[in-house]
Design a protein around this ligand. Structure first.
Ligand code: SIN
Ligand code: FE2
Length: 218
């Protein structure tokens, strides 16, 4: 794993970036300078499209509670995983992606070498202690040309970053409030997941973790 410090003109703070794959990076604390704008924007999205536990095609309720914003939202139910332009509960379009979300995702993607990232979907997952995300690939998007850009908020998590088969060995990467991960290009279809969240209380977000993943889905 490579580690280095970069100075970013747009955030006026040094960030530690760790390369975790040929085209994959962890940007430590990258979102912290925008946190006071990000949290109210997140709250407002969730007010309009409340978090809910979706059902997997196999009939299990997911341990994370999910919402979305942007033109497309990722959903799952008994008929499968897919993107939808409307919230299946309200039958309304998903809330617009807040400008602060889009700007942050684009700035992070740029640091990872993806300078023309245009996210049309932001999946919001809320984890309470014990919630987890099993190893999976993000592969419901129309094209894999764009990277996945992820933002962690609240309680810490252990992120598993694997290979191209579920059984490949995974790196274990601890993600903290404000950290971002980018994976794309040759790494776009790597398996990844989250170990069960440990009990704890985050000073700003309490007993929960949010993960936002930005994608170009359509
Ligand atoms: C995901 O793969 O959708 C979640 C990753 C995370 O929670 O950090
Ligand atoms: Fe994922």
């Amino acid at each position: 794993m490579h580690s280095n410090f970069d100075l970013f003109a747009d955030t006026e703070q040094p960030h530690r970036s760790e390369q975790i794959g040929e085209q994959s990076w962890v940007l430590r604390g990258f979102a912290l300078s925008r946190i006071e704008q990000l949290l109210p924007a997140l709250e407002s999205v969730i007010e309009r499209a409340p978090l809910r536990h979706m059902m997997t095609p196999g009939g299990f309720s997911m341990s994370v509670a999910t919402s979305s914003c942007g033109a497309l939202g990722w959903i799952t139910d008994r008929s499968g995983y897919r993107y939808s332009a409307e919230d299946p509960i309200s039958h309304q379009p998903w809330p617009q992606m807040p400008e602060v979300f889009r700007e942050l995702a684009q700035a992070a993607a740029k640091q990872g070498g993806f300078s023309d990232f245009i996210p049309d979907s932001c999946l919001i997952n809320r984890y309470v202690p014990g919630a987890k995300m099993s190893l999976h690939q993000d592969k419901d998007e129309h094209s894999y040309a764009a990277p996945i850009v992820s933002l962690s908020l609240g309680l810490p998590a252990m992120f598993l970053f694997g290979g191209f088969a579920r059984s490949d060995k995974s790196q274990r990467i601890s993600l903290l409030h404000g950290d971002m991960v980018i994976w794309g290009g040759v790494d776009r279809l790597r398996y990844h997941g989250i170990l069960p969240i440990k009990y704890g209380r985050h000073p700003q977000l309490g007993e929960q973790r949010f993960n936002l993943t930005f994608r170009t889905a359509g």
